[in-house]
Write a protein that binds this ligand. Structure first.
Ligand code: GAL
Ligand code: MG
Length: 996
């Protein structure tokens, strides 16, 4: 077919659409719902490689070869178009406003029946990617774009009574594609609802609700815009209990409703009033949250209270349905968020479905609502780019990043995207911050957009991170931006900003990159947030892993795919797997970490007293939480109790007396666990849900190895080996490796392969930036050279000492190891390895040894931080205790396999099978027991392809580097790097359960 290519014309963004308005669904008294939903499973559909191939008869509702599909949906999820996961590098040549002539498109036909009367009919599309042309009964109705905005058409004159047919041609790309370069799977289609609103001739077209709070009184100001002439209107306000508290019948100008002693909305107590607007036959209902937002001296206040945003970035993303998200799917996300103490959502990087905000308001989430703008590709064009951060004027010069935000040709595009977002969501109580978009650089178009927002309401708060980028010929005007926003700003820098007399509150719109086994810096950031009033909060990148589900393997394993799995170019591989939950909505350990870092209450032990601190902003602890404590002796509960009704105001800290009926004995480990239990359900987290905990270690008593005295050991030395024989064991040292190559205890060989020194780990995604340095240092291909071996008799045994150089082919030694093994007469081995690292080498992934044990060694018990995987910088979901598990269960099943399932801060680790086992006792070790070698984890692309080894691999580490956030965030905080004090010190004992 022939088209006037509107989709490449940035001067014409919409044709035939109504002006923007607030989202609402009116209700008709006589006719019932004004809504006639067209979404459904009966749309005809055909996919074409370009619109030239679409037959002309399509506009008349005919398609030769159409399938029947469901709408809303994503074409890619239905198998018509291949998947592409792209990030900065966009899917088409950078040639705005032009897109390839070979521009695939979906032709949709929908037939429907209308019993037409004299009223008005509006056709609404809530989301179409990337743009669409619309015909009704063969006539051209209009065109629209902006994937995540509502397009509304008055179709009254096109409709007939009885059967109607509508043709929608959806183009994969348009000039808007350059503004929708968000980091996501690139999908196309009608992915949100389509419906007709059947409305009276005269009606409320738009309305704006503003709440004003003065002392103990609120005003609800409603300004109404009419379709034609102003009409009679009645207006009632109902309180959260459903009681009418204010009402008016006047129609002139603005409506003002007064409420005395109003209940205020906030994310912790999301009290909502209900506004009912009646005009003629139509009724519109609107949630109203009475609230007041302010910034004073660079501090963000809600209702006069300083608040903290404990947020996540959430995409509309689902491995089964793509961008198309139902209410049930969103509710599942919200439930997980509430349970895990998330109180804020950034709608990265576009507005969500309009109805989603009603749920956010109802359940209590602060929302940063982001306009559908990202022109990130502009940064990576040939010879484009950005300079380093300039600390003087807090800017980064970008030569190309902000080009579309500066070009007058795109002023309309930018304004349109910002306006459609704000106009649609302006009445949603949950929205506390407007975001101009993401990663588009800065320029005059953005400045105009910010100015437009302030003209709507000077009290609107605006955020835009990319305003730190400055085009070479422009001085950024930031006067309308209310926050100093950054992404992935290191903790240290964030703290420094706060102490430098800041002019604006700080928000990290992205931090703590949750990719794979991560993030590892949550507690460090939260303590900076809590320490500084001007640090308003931060949003984790990101809520969920993006993936496409591809069914099960022959063995029944789920196949979740990522970038590159579809042969697409460009792709950003597994950079889409960076969420706190898996694509099938299972919390990762990172979410558990977030939960406890963001716990509502914190307990500390200072000067011999227990102190409670209320980390919430509005709730008194006594109103929502019980504190359930248990006192444990050697990890067994000996006493417990419930603190009910503990009166603790938001932000308050005070001592709490807990009387124990036990004496703390020196020789035992005493811990106190306090769990914060919700008294009643809030609709998302059920009653008795535990929102977090604190552990206080009152006394730690190490388990001491028992070493018996048996017949003296003997040893034999050859040029390569030392064989040490005792009453019930025979151990073999390999003098060339400086380790044990055989450990035979009670006739059973424990080692499947010789023991190794281990400085490598299967890189976690967040190792991405250091990985090059590690490989350059040869850590993944380490060689050892033993210089010196010494054998000596010691009381009740012998000692074997090695001096070892650790290097790699063509590289010098990165460190020297001094290893001492003491073999006692009962077979106990004491191992002490000390490393002296050459400081020119980077920090190490880990410092430890690796044992290859029989696969049957499946049972695990450890004393340390569990039950979740734990690392130096990611252990707040876990507590110090004694845990039992299996090697199989210790595995955390990341889609892209990587180091996982380690446990930090361990004092004992035991592995066994039905014949016997081994136990390592040390202090503060980390260990990892797995059926997968680190080499297998590293080289396998997907979890469903993982091959178990025929062994149980036990890594005992003196230290293991933290996991950090480094795939996108700053480098690993120094304290968590394995760099100095390299020491591994433990006692190893074998035992046999074979008593006959
Ligand atoms: C940010 C960006 C996000 C995402 C993230 C990396 O720069 O805003 O959209 O790409 O990096 O996962
Ligand atoms: Mg980006």
């Amino acid at each position: 077919m022939v088209l006037e290519a509107l989709h490449e014309n940035p001067q014409v963004l919409h044709v035939g659409t109504e002006e923007n308005r607030a989202y609402y669904i009116p209700y008709r008294e006589k006719k019932g719902d004004a809504l006639h939903l067209l979404s459904g499973a009966d749309w005809k559909f055909q996919w074409f490689q370009s619109y030239y191939e679409v037959p002309e008869e399509f506009v008349c509702g005919r398609l030769g070869n159409a399938d029947v599909i469901s709408v809303p949906s994503c074409v890619n999820m239905l198998g018509y178009e291949k998947h592409q996961y792209a990030n900065v590098k966009g899917p088409i040549p950078f040639d705005p406003p032009y897109v390839p002539l070979e521009n695939p498109c979906g032709a949709y036909i929908k037939e429907f029946y209308v019993d037409k009367d004299t009223d008005l009919y509006y056709l609404n599309f809530e989301g179409v990617d990337s743009c669409f042309y619309l015909w009704l009964n063969g006539k051209f109705v209009g065109y629209s774009q902006v994937a995540h905005a509502t397009s509304e058409f008055d179709i009254t004159d096109f409709l007939v009574s009885g059967k109607n047919y509508m043709s929608v041609l959806v183009m994969k790309w348009c000039d808007g594609t350059y503004f929708e370069d968000q980091d996501k799977f690139r999908m196309t289609g009608i992915f949100r609802d389509v419906y007709i609103l059947h409305r009276t001739r005269e009606h409320i077209r738009d309305y704006t609700v503003k709440t004003v709070l003065q002392n103990k009184r609120a005003q609800i100001r409603v300004s109404v815009q009419w379709k034609q002439e102003p009409q009679e209107i009645s207006c009632q306000l109902y309180d959260p209990d459903g009681k009418m508290v204010a009402g008016t019948g006047c129609a002139e100008g603005g409506i003002v409703l007064g409420v005395d002693e109003p209940l205020l909305w906030n994310a912790e107590t999301p009290y909502l009033y209900r506004l009912v607007l009646r005009s003629g036959e139509e009724t519109i209902e609107q949630q109203v949250g009475i609230r007041k937002l302010e910034i004073h001296n660079a501090v963000l206040y809600l209702n006069g209270q300083k608040i903290k945003l404990k947020g996540v970035n959430r995409h509309d993303s689902n491995a089964f349905t793509g961008y198309c998200i139902s209410k049930e799917q969103l509710m599942e996300d919200l439930m997980l968020m509430k349970q895990h103490n998330v109180n804020a959502i950034r709608t990265s990087h576009y507005p969500n479905a309009p109805w989603a905000y009603e749920l956010y308001s109802q359940y209590g989430f602060y929302v940063m609502d982001e306009a559908d703008i990202e022109t990130h590709n502009a940064e990576l064009i040939y010879a484009g780019g950005r300079s380093n951060y300039n600390y003087e004027d807090e800017t980064i010069t970008s030569t190309s990043f902000g080009m579309l935000c500066s070009d007058p040709l795109y002023e309309k595009s930018i304004l349109d995207r910002v306006q459609s977002c704000i106009s649609r969501d302006k009445n949603q109580p949950c929205v506390i911050i407007w975001s101009l978009g993401n990663e588009s650089g800065y320029g005059v178009n953005m400045e105009k957009a910010a100015k437009w927002i302030k003209e709507q309401d000077p009290e609107y708060l605006i955020h835009y991170e990319s305003s730190i980028y400055q085009m070479p010929d422009h001085k950024n005007d930031l006067s309308n931006l209310d926050f100093y926003s950054r992404m992935y700003m290191p903790v240290k820098e964030s703290r420094a900003y706060c102490t430098k007399n800041p002019r604006k509150p700080l928000i990290l719109c992205e931090f703590s990159h949750a990719m794979g086994n991560g993030p590892g810096d949550l507690e460090d950031y939260f303590s900076a947030i809590y320490d500084n009033d001007c640090f308003s909060g931060a949003f984790v990148w990101e809520w969920c892993d993006h993936s496409v589900y591809a069914g099960k393997t022959a063995e029944g394993k789920d196949k979740f795919l990522y970038g590159g799995d579809f042969g697409e170019f460009p792709n950003e591989r597994n950079f889409c797997l960076d969420g706190l939950i898996s694509p099938d909505r299972k919390p990762h350990t990172g979410l558990k970490e977030f939960q406890n870092v963001a716990r509502p209450i914190r307990t500390s032990y200072e000067q011999g007293r227990i102190w409670l601190w209320n980390a919430m902003d509005f709730i008194n602890v006594k109103d929502v939480y019980n504190i359930c404590w248990s006192l444990k002796a050697d990890h067994e509960t000996v006493e417990s109790g419930l603190i009910e009704d503990f009166d603790l105001l938001p932000g308050e800290k005070k001592p709490c007396e807990i009387k124990f009926g036990h004496e703390m004995t020196e020789g035992n480990t005493w811990t106190l666990l306090l769990r914060y239990i919700r008294k009643e359900s809030d609709g998302l987290a059920e009653a008795r849900y535990c929102h977090g905990f604190d552990q206080i270690i009152l006394n730690k008593a190490a388990e001491m190895p028992v070493i018996e005295e048996r017949k003296a050991v003997s040893w034999k030395e050859t040029p390569k080996h030392i064989v040490v024989t005792g009453e019930n064991f025979r151990y073999v040292f390999d003098k060339w490796q400086g380790t044990l190559s055989g450990m035979c205890y009670e006739q059973r060989e424990m080692l499947v392969r010789p023991m190794e020194y281990n400085i490598w780990r299967a890189p976690v995604d967040n190792d991405r930036k250091i990985l090059g340095a590690w490989i350059g240092a040869g850590y993944n291909r380490k060689t050892v050279r033993v210089y010196d071996t010494q054998i000596a008799e010691v009381p009740n045994g012998i000692s074997v000492n090695f001096r070892i150089g650790v290097g790699a082919v063509f590289l010098q030694n990165s460190m020297i190891l001094e290893a001492e093994y003491v073999i006692y007469t009962d077979g106990t081995i004491q191992i002490d390895v000390h490393g002296i690292k050459d400081p020119v080498f980077p920090y190490l992934p880990r410092f430890g040894i690796r044992l290859h044990l029989p696969k049957s060694m499946e049972q695990v018990a450890y004393t340390g931080y569990g039950p979740y995987e734990s690392y130096a910088d990611k252990h707040r979901a876990s507590y110090y205790g004694k845990f039992k598990s299996t090697v199989t269960d210790l595995h955390e099943n990341y889609i892209k396999p990587q180091e996982n399932g380690s446990h930090w801060g361990c004092d004992s680790v035991e592995l066994w099978d039905e014949w016997g086992g081994l136990k390592a006792l040390g202090e503060g070790m980390s260990f990892n027991a797995s059926h997968y070698t680190q080499e297998t984890l590293e080289s396998t692309a997907h979890n469903f392809e993982l091959q178990e080894s025929e062994e149980t691999i036990l890594c005992l580490d003196g230290s293991m580097s933290g996991v950090g956030s480094g795939s996108c965030g700053p480098r690993l905080i120094e304290a968590y790097q394995v760099n100095r004090d390299l020491r591994l010190n433990f006692v190893l004992k074998f035992y046999s359960l074979n008593n006959d």
